[in-house]
Ligand binder design. Structure first.
Ligand code: SF4
Length: 689
């Protein structure tokens, strides 16, 4: 990048993928916001400071190999030769599945695709999954069950700004994706109604016309109650139900048991508020329901999302202009990362790995025998929990993830990682997980690589490199290319992301997430391309489900779902709920944002948010250190008093490691379908430290 040059790209962090321009001046790269359809010139503090890390003194710029217990600098040849020889040795002593791969929801589509292919073709292991499983897998599973297709938002984000009624469930967009607030402001300016369901009076909830503040883990009952009210008041769209859905009769029988007074007792949400919410949704010409992690990160996350989808379908919203149901994806490429084969049970194009036709198609593109492709592996937490066990993997290659901080029951996950015979981490900073590795491979950052990301709308975007990686750092594609060659697979792992994307397009052709007609040139010529887009000369799909759903008969499937208690409810020993989430100035496991000085100043450490009434009961003052204990671990952090939270619940952000690691406490109970862990609710004891 020459001095004064400007390159258009996107923020590296969340799924809003705000447009930004990078500008070079005196060897420094600075960020400017860019007018793009999702952020309309806005950026949050994380985006503004994203370039601060490019030349951060803690960037890893040389391969590191553990010798005498210490990570020491090594050449690429030494590091890669060691990795290849240890992989071969471990696979020879055990079997191919003894080597696992763990990816990340921030990897580009090209890298996600290449990683999935590397696992199946170069390693021939079934053991691959990624941290996106912890993000929106429940909504993905519910979307597939109901609509036959999982795309976060099946409509452009701009629809949100013109919704007459918007229902946000467990979504704190004011802190997680602040430029989204511009759409909320539009919606409010047009006289729209905003309803927020959240156990905390978050900055988002404080903007709401109506805030429903339920007991953690009871969102499903609220959805069923809203449908019950709409049904009894004759507010359903009967024509839509008859023409576009199946299964309503079973749902009707189920929600009959969710009369408002009963649900008030289950959730703590007053009957009048439930009725007001149902009427506002049903009476709106344009109504949108959006769920996020608050609804999804539960052992019943799929059913909770299903309950809100049932509500949306009964009101005739999906596919109606300006209306719909959507899931707010969290991680930057959480959407694309789950479409191209990083998930244990999937092949590119959102194909199922146990579908013979899908295996034949992808094997044909990869030039291998379909019979050689492994079958499905286990989900992210199950994979992490099996590491180093007799039947589990003995080695792991990890790209762009930090499960030591981000996984549930993190103390146990850390022990499992430590029990591995061999751990390789590819990253650009020494995360807490990388610090445990036998080999650390330095990678390029977002501004040093080309590729594509798919945002929360299913819009495929271009990421542009503005400079070369520093020192000896390499792109992940280059690392996979070199490693595959050392494992005896000389062809099929190009370093050039354009070449990888061309192959990805062919591999996805005919699949649910069809990228065949998406080209880099086409993305650059417009503001991205929405999948499915099967033909280069044909249209893309900003709005889905306008005439049919992705099910075999084209109708959406309604599935009756019952509320059930959280996997762990408070009791005499652990009398309070713990819920976890994010804060404005930090992102995910904090590997990056904890190293940005402005963000560190804004949010320097973990804290325990609790209601003043609870604090008084415990004799705790604001700022006093608290010990929070669950059946899985203990953390210590200062108290932050707030009347924004229920008096029976404490909140902790999950961005920090060490004594303030919230995930030391969280429950590893999994949703039976999505295998999503129950991050959002567990039982804890709170004491003065
Ligand atoms: Fe980046 Fe998300 Fe902030 Fe936009 S909202 S600047 S994408 S972190």
């Amino acid at each position: 990048m020459t001095d004064g040059e400007r390159v258009e790209t996107h923020c590296p962090y969340c799924a809003l993928q705000c447009g930004m321009t990078l500008r070079a001046s005196n060897d420094l790269i600075s960020v400017e916001p860019r007018d793009f359809p999702t952020n309309r010139g806005g950026l949050c503090q994380k985006g503004w400071t994203a370039a601060d890390l490019l030349d951060h003194p803690e960037r890893i710029t040389t391969p590191l190999v553990r010798r005498d217990g210490e990570l020491r600098e090594a050449t690429w040849d030494e590091a890669l030769t060691l990795v290849a020889s240890r992989i071969k040795d471990i696979q020879r002593r055990y079997d191919e599945n003894a080597v696992a791969v763990f990816g990340g929801g921030g990897l580009t589509n090209e890298k996600s695709y290449a990683l999935g292919k590397f696992a199946r073709v170069a390693l021939r292991t079934r053991n691959i999954d990624y941290n996106g499983r912890f993000c929106m897998s429940s909504a993905a599973a519910a979307g597939i069950r109901a609509f036959g297709i999982d795309r976060g938002l099946p409509f452009p984000l701009s629809d949100v700004g013109s919704a007459d009624t918007l229902l946000l469930v467990g979504a704190n967009v004011a802190e997680t994706m602040p430029p989204f607030g511009r759409w909320l402001a539009d919606q409010k300016a047009r006289g729209g109604t905003l309803i927020v369901v959240d156990p905390r009076a978050t900055p988002t909830a404080k903007q709401a016309t109506l805030h429903l503040q339920p007991t953690p883990g009871t969102d499903l009952a609220i959805a069923n109650a809203l449908l019950h009210i709409a049904l009894t008041e004759g507010l359903l769209d009967k024509d839509y139900l008859a023409e576009r859905t199946t299964g309503f009769d079973d749902v009707r029988r189920t929600v009959a048991n969710y009369w408002p007074a009963r649900v008030e007792r289950m959730t703590g949400v007053p009957v009048a508020d439930l009725e007001a919410a149902a009427r506002a949704l049903a009476g709106a010409e344009r109504a949108i329901i959006l769920t996020a992690r608050g609804a999804e990160q539960h052992a019943k996350g799929v059913d909770t999302v299903t309950a809100f989808i049932n509500l949306a379908l009964a009101l005739g919203l999906p596919g109606r202009p300006g209306s719909g149901y959507g899931c707010l994806t969290g991680q930057g490429n959480g959407q694309g990362g789950r479409e191209h084969g990083q998930k244990a049970d999937q092949l590119p194009g959102y194909r199922k790995i146990d579908d013979p036709a899908a295996r034949e198609h992808v094997a044909g593109v990869w030039g291998v025998d379909a019979a050689s492709l492994p079958g499905p592996g286990v989900s992210a937490y199950e994979l992490l929990d099996s590491l180093g066990t007799e039947a589990g993997p003995k080695a792991m290659l990890l790209f762009g993830s930090n499960p030591v901080v981000s996984a549930p029951r993190a103390g146990r996950v850390t022990e499992r990682i430590e029990s591995l015979e061999f751990l390789v981490v590819a990253d650009f900073l020494l995360s807490e997980t990388a610090a445990l590795a036998d080999v650390v491979l330095p990678t390029a950052m977002w501004a040093e690589e080309n590729g594509t990301m798919t945002n929360l709308e299913g819009r495929v975007l271009r990421r542009h490199a503005v400079r070369r990686p520093p020192g000896q750092a390499r792109t992940d594609l280059s690392i996979l290319h070199e490693l595959a060659a050392r494992l005896g697979v000389e062809r099929g792992f190009p370093e050039d992301p354009a070449e990888v994307f061309t192959e990805l397009r062919r591999a996805s052709a005919g699949g649910v997430a069809d990228y065949h007609g998406v080209t880099w040139e086409r993305i650059d010529a417009a503001d991205g391309v929405f999948w499915p887009c099967p033909d280069e000369d044909g249209p893309d799909t900003p709005r889905m489900f306008t005439t049919r759903f992705g099910t075999p008969d084209g109708r959406a499937r309604m599935v009756p779902v019952e509320h059930r208690a959280a996997a762990e409810e408070p009791d005499a020993d652990y009398p309070y709920y713990l819920t976890t989430g994010r804060v404005l100035a930090q992102y995910q496991s904090g590997t990056q944002t904890r190293r940005v000085s402005a963000l560190r100043k804004a949010a320097p450490h973990a804290f325990v948010e609790l209601h003043p009434d609870l604090a008084a009961r415990l004799g705790v003052a604001d700022g006093e250190r608290l010990t929070v204990t669950s059946r899985r671990g203990e953390v210590t952090a200062p108290a932050r008093l707030s009347d924004a939270i229920r008096a029976d619940t404490v909140f902790m952000p999950f961005h920090w490691a060490g004594a303030g690691r919230a995930n030391s406490l969280t429950n590893d109970a999994l949703d039976p379908t999505s295998r999503m862990p129950e991050f959002k609710v567990c039982a804890v004891r709170v004491e003065r430290a």
